[in-house]
Design a protein around this ligand. Sequence first.
Ligand code: ATP
Length: 298
Amino acid sequence: MTTTHQTETGPALELRGAGIGFNGRTLWQDVNLRIQPGEFLAVLGPNGSGKSTLLKVLLGLYELDEGEAFLAGRPAEKARADVGYIPQRHTMDPNTPLRARDLVALGLDGHRYGFRFGKNKALQAKVDHLLEAVGATGYADMPVGVLSGGEQQRLRAAQAIADQPAVLLCDEPLHSLDLYHQEAVTALLNQQRAENGTAIVFVTHEINPVLDYVDRVLYFAQGQYRLGTPDEIMTSETLTELYGAPVEVLRHNGRVLVYASHAEGHFCCDDESVGALPGTSTGAIPTLEATGAERQGR
Ligand SMILES: Nc1ncnc2c1ncn2[C@@H]1O[C@H](COP(=O)(O)OP(=O)(O)OP(=O)(O)O)[C@@H](O)[C@H]1O
């Protein structure tokens, strides 16, 4: 059965006055956000700014310090069945006793079908379709533990959308994928939101591969956030204001290029973009990750 979340009323996801921090350091606060069914939200920000934490709040794994989080009209901790999740890449144990197709099948209401799944022809066909969509047909019957990181990541993407969730939470899902498979996975996610109304929350350091699909950007930095369309947020003016120090944003061949020249180098943008900046040598760019001093000071 096809689920279409676009026909449902109300936002797919909502944060009201939300805030969270750890060990006395506020990651973000007073976040107000309504994501509609079918909307694609990119979440950006430096290392440690709280992007993955946002996903964990939406998964009901972390409690907010203030405010509320709702998914499909329910408090986040009660909405697990409405959520698909592509976790940040981690390599699976080589001895994991699952084939690639079993991993994807678990996304199809695995708790209900369990390993009897193999007898259901309709579900098998669905798994085959998902495997094909992420280019995994060739290794469908291989044990997942022997697959490469990128191959495993494509299976996680297929698994996460298998049950057509109302909200899909993606934590750097393109990390370690080659360009061809980045495009295949982003096209699949886009199809999922267009055809089934799945709202997508996409944490990434690199907006360019999804720029064509992104409706709005949520950008965390310095304990603050900005929310708006890519044209509103990915500007020198907005990011300079957010970081409180000069950031230059350029558009080149349809790509967003972010250049942070502050001496402390505590900005974050994607290295690939900086490298692509015309007339700029990567050697001249300071480190773009949070400094050790910043992290210890939280
Ligand atoms: N359970 C926890 N207990 C204590 N600190 C935590 C916990 N979870 C996250 N943090 C801290 O909160 C900060 C934000 O972590 P988070 O993983 O959300 O960052 P991020 O923006 O996703 O970073 P990255 O780009 O590096 O993946 C980090 O400094 C992290 O150490």
